[in-house]
Design a protein around this ligand. Sequence first.
Ligand code: SAM
Length: 311
Amino acid sequence: MSEFHSPVMIGKCLNYLNLQAGKVYVDATLGGGGHSLAMLQQEPEIKLFAFDQDVEAINEAHHVLSGYNATLIQANFRDLRTQLAFRKVKGIDGILFDLGVSSHQLDETERGFSFDRDAKLDMRMNRESGITAETIINEYSFEELKRIFKEYGEEQASGRIARAVEREREKHHISSTLELAKIIESVVGVGSKESLKTKVRIFQALRICVNDELAALSSALNDAINLLNPGGRIVVMSYHSLEDRIVKNTFKDAETDCICPPAIITCICSHRSKIKMLTRKPITADPAEISQNVRSRSAKLRAAEKKWGKQ
Ligand SMILES: C[S@@+](CC[C@H](N)C(=O)[O-])C[C@H]1O[C@@H](n2cnc3c(N)ncnc32)[C@H](O)[C@@H]1O
């Protein structure tokens, strides 16, 4: 297993991608390059474009994939369409999204993703741009904080935690992960399972907000479906319910023919089904993999194939 990141459900991803020599594939979330390497090892004659917004992932993957034919692109996958157009790629035959953060990002204390390691509240996947969690925590209004905790963390105690943040920052600037963890504990207590889960949810909410993860995902999935050539495959692995809901609903919309409200008798929307689902229910990792790689426990894989003919 790579120390940078252990790739999840490699065999299943490869099966659904159905790689073919000479065709064009995209790894939208390169990370440590584990999935990209597996793709290139299985079919070295593919043309692979791999994205990551984190320069450290790109640097790591340069080593891992040296000797293979891959184009590494440091960019947000929300810019998939323009980045590929810039490289004269008009259509793709498969794309993989392995969402979230890599183990390397979580383990690197100074990135500020973990609540049990003292670091600056940063949480940006791309450290060259965007606002940090520190800015959000210190400058956003009570109402905004409450919304972020509720919407992106699905946290019951959102209001009370937002209020506690507000009280604390009146006394001093909040700059570290441990300071924020203590504020959360001041509301939900220390040491219980529920307190731990609350910290996970609040840190997840901030990470999603800092990186605008849900909007980027939604727009990239639609672009990816449109870019797929007939018979091309899209495979997405998500790690929490907010992401999975977006994947499920985007696939459902793309699979549906007419989306007119039921009261309309003759279709006026001209919406046509673009994909066929390959997974009715999300695919999960086998117990053997889960016992080896705890991160795989929450993974949900959904896959679809672009339809042939007029859409
Ligand atoms: C779970 S890791 C991928 C691991 C990879 N499949 C492997 O085998 O090593 C997710 C990666 O996607 C990147 N990422 C997340 N959201 C992104 C986005 N919107 N655009 C580009 N990269 C993104 C993260 O920086 C991280 O490196």
